[in-house]
Design a protein. Structure first.
Length: 259
């Protein structure tokens, strides 16, 4: 039942009307986040204005976690159902996750230079985040292998499930090992070391980036469907099968070719 509910929600969110609504909501939320981060929240007492990078750095890291969690869930769903829509969602989320993981590392370097005096250190958080990036770059590389779609999707799904193990390692690295990276400012029990206005600005930024993620996924899924339709129409005369939507096909049916 959970899988069916997820499929219905995904279909509604990725429809053109849902995509436009997500786009406007994301735009307004990002604008509100910019106002909160640059005008409302004060500079840090010790780091000054460079601390404002936190309002992009932390939400980018959150989006990386969210993206790879969706890859994990969609990969499990694909391995259970073999429905191509779950493989498509995993691929789209992995692309967004790689983008924001790379952004997290770059912003961390920009923040680390004035604070630590170096662009790069082999800090546990930085090292495990880099490993996370390499895992999902490899995931995307597997999706380009010249294999049958079903076999390629299975391999990618396995990597999507196993690779997620590194996400909690990244999050807990500052607790498990001695690290230059500061510990979490907001804990699960609601404890925080941040001023209320700075915490509010951070939460608005996290919400804005989450809406941005939803919009990017909806957009990428639509592009993916168009790409698959174009490939299917180009190959259908050679294979002797009618293109999707032509007489003799079942509307909405999705089939993964066997290996």
């Amino acid at each position: 039942m959970a899988v069916i509910a997820g499929e219905r929600l995904m279909a509604k969110a990725t429809a053109r009307r849902g995509e436009r609504a997500l786009g406007w909501c994301a735009l307004l939320a990002v604008a509100a986040s910019a106002v909160m981060s640059l005008a409302v929240a004060p500079p840090d007492a010790e780091q000054g204005n460079v601390q404002r990078l936190m309002y992009v750095h932390v939400p980018s890291a959150w989006l990386a976690y969210l993206s790879f969690f969706i890859v994990f869930v969609a990969s499990v769903a694909y391995l259970r159902t073999h429905k191509i829509r779950w493989d498509r969602l995993a691929a789209a989320s992995a692309e967004v996750g790689v983008l924001f993981t790379a952004l997290t590392i770059v912003l961390g370097m920009l923040w680390g230079k004035p604070v630590w005096g170096a662009w790069w250190t082999w800090d546990p958080r930085i090292t495990t985040t880099t490993i996370l990036l390499l895992i999902y770059v490899g995931y995307l590389a597997v999706r380009r292998l010249p294999e049958s779609p079903a076999r390629r999707a299975r391999w990618a799904a396995v990597i999507g499930v196993v690779g997620f193990v590194d996400v909690p390692i990244v999050q807990l690295s500052v607790t498990w090992w001695r690290s230059l990276h500061q510990g979490p400012s907001v804990r699960l029990l609601g404890e925080t070391t941040m001023a209320p206005v700075m915490l509010a600005a951070l939460l608005v930024a996290v919400g804005a980036f989450t809406l941005l993620y939803c919009y990017l996924i909806a957009l990428r899924l639509r592009v993916g469907r168009l790409e698959e339709r174009a490939i299917g129409e180009a190959l259908s005369p050679r294979l002797g099968v009618p293109p999707s939507g032509a007489p003799g096909t079942v509307p909405g049916e999705e089939v993964v070719p066997s290996a």
